[in-house]
Write a new protein. Structure first.
Lengths: 358, 251
């Protein structure tokens, strides 16, 4: 049997929950609220991860004032050791580097998300954009894997230490990292809630419900959709940075199409268009992830010939199909949108709000 | 100078000429009827004016400006709102959100301001006051926080008109505003239209099949047949016109 450290497992699951929440909120804004089917979520997450791979090997040594060594090739091991030493001894350099990583990743992902969607949506409808992003994500991955210098091609870059590594104690540093992930997810949640219950959110929902009519009511639809893609992509990239820090490793193999599928399952399962649903979906998938991992190890150790990792994909596919068939709104379906205008009318007309009437 | 003028407009769909060399004028403050049998090109003409279909030839002049090449959102922002033949409300939104969405130039629609509620809440409240007036006008105020999907067919048509009004249009294009509505309610919808012209000075161009109601309210009628303008005149003259009977009843 395998022993499970319940505390460490809880920390790991909660960290994953925070990271997945960022990705799910991002897709929920794009697809759930605005109806832009982003089949390239892995692309925007990977932009965050690749950025971390580059900043931790190029900018971190500069910030720490040590001479940098080329991260790939024969000096790979030396560079890795250098990174670890800096992260252990110079927390300030580590934090500044992390802040820069978030910033650069969000800017690049946001710019890519905006530019690709604006150009594509002006030419074709949104499902064409879905294909462009799907292909774009895979193309970017293959290009990065083929580039020798960026993140050392197929070798990837290891030793991307999380920012609290300097504490030395694995337990407290991983708890702090969990809190960082949860805090960022919380900020993203409140930000997206405010966005959703604003005239901007109303316009995006209008676009989702009836594009032609919304256009006929004076709204520039390509720009609005490109704007939400900018915001969503930036949030996904922040999630990607955390994802890389959490595994401590940047490798192109982690950002294949199945990552996009995972995020779609979270949103469809939790509730399309509802940010709380996105959080619920992220929580369920984080749990499922961990259990299938533990299950796979347990099965392996018992000598079972079944490759449990494939069962995970089968389970996700089944969840998608069953949800779309029996509960297309998700576990927490979206509620009708209200901005503060409803309160104004409520006071003026003295009538009961809808929620209290039923 | 007419508020809206169509000059020799034409629309081809492949080999089919849906609108053929149609010229018409809509004077400011008028209610103009556009009638004709199914497939005569009336809805296409509305789409051409609203910018949702591109002209093959001809010009559309609105308030002295050439709007022939504008996209639908630009046409709306120039002062032309439209209704649709098929249901076109935001059914998953409340009545109030349906009428607030089309308000022009909302600050809270910009992603930079949107999450900062204080930056747009006062503006939104002011628009809500306007919405009260408009919803009161069409007797939908008590339903302001119902979902649009829960309204009756007649109320949906009225909400569509109310929604169009929030953009303060000069011209309202309506494509069969009484389609699928009981006869008594249909008459009330036209009474509303007459009242809106009186109160707000809005000009109307209305496609309608219920001629018996339409003729009570319009100032002037254009008759289309197979993409062409067949006849035009005051309702009393059009009723007498034998060509109308020919195209409608084949007599």
């Amino acid at each position: 049997m395998i022993n499970i450290d319940i505390g460490a497992t809880a920390v790991a699951i909660l960290t994953l929950f925070g990271i997945y929440s960022l990705m799910a909120i991002s897709l929920n804004l794009e697809y759930g609220v605005a109806g832009v089917p982003n089949f390239g979520q892995a692309l925007f997450v990977s932009i965050g991860a690749y950025t971390a791979g580059v900043t931790y090997t190029r900018i971190l040594p500069l910030l720490a004032g040590v001479e940098s060594v080329h991260p790939c090739g024969p000096t790979m091991g030396q560079a890795l050791q250098l990174r670890s030493e800096v992260m252990a001894a110079q927390p300030i350099a580590g934090f500044i580097n992390l802040a820069l990583t978030f910033l650069i990743a969000a800017v690049i992902a946001g710019a890519v998300g905006f530019a690709v969607s604006y150009v594509t949506l002006r030419l074709k409808e949104e499902w064409f954009l879905a294909l462009v992003l799907l292909v774009g994500g895979e193309t970017a991955r293959i290009v990065v894997r083929g580039a020798d210098d960026l993140i050392c091609s197929h070798n990837g870059i290891s030793g991307i230490a999380q920012p609290f590594y300097f504490l030395g104690d694995a337990r407290s540093s991983s708890i702090l990292f969990m809190l960082l992930a949860l805090a960022l997810a919380l900020i993203a949640y409140f930000y997206s809630q405010r966005l959703l219950h604003s005239p901007f959110g109303r316009m995006l929902k209008g676009l989702r419900e009836n594009e032609a009519v919304t256009r006929g009511l004076g709204k520039g639809i390509s720009l609005a959709r490109a704007q939400i893609m900018l915001i969503g992509s930036a949030i996904a990239a922040v999630g990607g940075v955390l994802f890389a820090l959490n595994t401590g490793f940047v490798n192109t193999n982690d950002y294949v199409v199945t990552l996009t599928l995972d995020i779609w399952v979270m949103v469809v399962l939790g509730g399309i268009g509802n940010n709380r649903g996105a959080l619920l979906g992220a929580a369920l998938i984080a749990l499922l992830d961990r259990f299938t991992q533990v299950g796979a190890i347990a099965l392996n150790m018992s000598g079972s010939p079944i490759e449990f990792n494939y069962l995970r994909f089968i389970a996700f596919g089944l969840i998608l199909l069953l949800m779309l068939r029996y509960r297309p709104g998700g576990l927490l379906p979206e509620s009708p949108l209200t901005t503060n205008a409803h309160d104004v009318l409520r006071r003026a007309s003295g009538s009961q709000p809808m929620s209290k009437r039923a | 100078m007419p508020l809206l003028e169509l000059k020799n407009t034409r629309k081809d769909f492949g080999g089919l000429r849906a609108v053929d060399d149609v010229s018409l004028q809509v004077p400011e403050g008028a209610i103009i009827g556009l009638i004709g049998p199914n497939g005569s090109g009336k809805s296409t003409l509305i789409n051409l004016i609203a910018g949702s279909q591109e002209l093959t030839a001809g010009r559309v002049i609105f308030a002295g400006e050439d709007i022939s090449d504008l996209a639908p959102d630009a046409v709306y922002n120039s002062g032309i709102a439209r209704g649709y033949q098929e249901p076109s409300l935001y059914f998953k939104m409340t009545v109030l959100d349906n009428v607030l969405l089309p308000v022009k130039g909302q600050r809270g629609e910009k992603p930079w301001y949107a999450p900062r509620w204080r930056s747009w809440q006062r503006e939104e409240a002011a628009q809500a006051e306007r919405a009260i007036n408009v919803l009161e006008q069409v007797q939908l105020l008590q339903h302001y926080d119902s979902l649009a999907a829960d309204l009756s067919g007649g109320q949906m048509k009225l909400l569509e008109i109310a929604r169009a009004l929030m953009g303060q249009p000069k011209l309202l294009l309506l494509d069969e505003p009484t389609a699928g509505v009981a006869p008594k309610l249909a008459y009330e919808i036209f009474q509303q239209i007459a009242r809106l012209r009186a109160d707000y000075g809005i000009t109307f161009l209305i496609v309608e099949h219920r001629l018996e109601i339409l003729f009570d309210f319009v100032d002037y009628v254009y008759v289309m047949h197979l993409g062409n303008l067949l006849a035009q005149g005051a309702p009393a003259d059009i009723v007498e016109d034998t060509r109308l009977r020919e195209v409608y009843f084949g007599e």
